[in-house]
Design a protein around this ligand. Structure first.
Ligand code: UTP
Length: 292
């Protein structure tokens, strides 16, 4: 029987070069979207699925992440005194979660970042969330992936259809449709050329993985970009067991990229109770100005 998913790995050891100079001394994962750092969206998404243990892979200049998830007694006391219930609730919402931090000494790739978590995960299945992929809150993607894991007892990858002009940015899979939205994977290629892409289905930043991935990662050699690629390890794992893909049709933002980040900011601001009305009016004015 499939084991319960209790743990999530959040890799945050990358260099964030697409966001320089903002990421020169501060972590990309702490860039706010409206009023919350990107990584908190991912933590809340996993928390909503009952996950309470978080393993964050950090690197150079990433200390702000640890400080962010630390308890803040003084701040909570002062909010209590001033009677600011909304902010107090906002600040203490994550207090029952456990965080562990592992330092990836060198940014050797996503596969290597996941491998760093091996001693903390042991033989349990786990979720992986890349916090610069913002999934519109409330879509239930991770929940659906977890129930798929329960059904198939196999690793599950979140997939999204992308234009051929963008396949070079992703791991691309080939698969056989099992039923609506569910694919049995039969090939994976990291960052192919449009001509070499087996399909237009890209792996996005949500995974349910099983602990046998660590064994494969141990022997994966550096691939595209001279990085230890998770996609290459999944290709190795595919020789040993079945892997399934779940085609996500909701909204995702590649917020590790400037344009994606701006789109996420605009869309989530339009959904934010405190600013949505005024921000909408402002956007209408901006749109009129641009048109003229
Ligand atoms: P990205 O491909 O977005 O790389 O990594 P990056 O370094 O963060 O950003 P760019 O491309 O240089 O602008 C995808 C995810 O994998 C993590 C990143 O932190 C991000 O969450 N990662 C990547 C690691 O944890 N370690 C690595 O060595 C590489």
């Amino acid at each position: 029987m499939a084991m319960k998913i209790r743990k999530a790995i959040l890799p945050a050891g990358g260099l964030g070069t697409r966001f320089l100079p903002a990421t020169k001394a501060s972590p990309k994962e702490m860039l706010p979207i409206v009023d919350k750092p990107m990584i908190q969206y991912a933590v809340e998404e996993a928390q909503a699925c009952g996950i309470e243990e978080f393993i964050i892979i950090t690197g150079k200049n990433k200390r702000a992440i640890e400080d962010h998830f630390d308890s803040a007694f003084k701040l909570e006391e002062s909010l209590k005194k001033s009677g600011n219930k909304r902010l107090l609730e906002e600040i203490s919402r994550l207090n029952n979660l456990n965080f562990a931090y592992i330092r990836q000494r060198e940014a050797l790739g996503l596969g290597h970042a996941i491998y760093c978590a091996k001693p903390f995960v042991k033989d349990e299945p786990f979720a992986v969330l890349l916090s610069d992929d913002i999934i519109e809150p409330g879509t239930g993607l991770l929940k659906d992936m977890i129930s798929m894991y329960r059904e198939f007892d196999s690793p599950i990858l979140a997939l999204e259809k992308v234009p051929l002009s963008e396949v070079h940015k992703y791991g691309i899979v080939d698969g056989v449709k099992e039923r609506e939205g569910i694919y049995k994977i039969n090939n994976l290629i990291e960052k192919p050329s449009p001509a070499g892409a087996p399909s237009d289905m890209a792996i996005i930043g949500r995974y349910i993985l099983t602990s046998d991935i660590f064994e494969v990662l141990e022997s994966v050699r550096p691939g595209k970009g001279r990085e230890i690629q998770l996609t290459d390890a999944l290709f190795g794992l595919l020789k040993k067991r079945q892997i399934y893909g779940y085609l996500f049709t909701g909204k995702r933002y590649d917020a590790g990229d400037k344009l994606g980040y701006l789109k996420a900011t605009v869309d989530l601001a339009l959904k934010n109770q405190q600013v949505s009305e005024q921000f909408k009016n402002y956007l209408i004015k901006v749109a009129a100005r641009i048109k003229n």
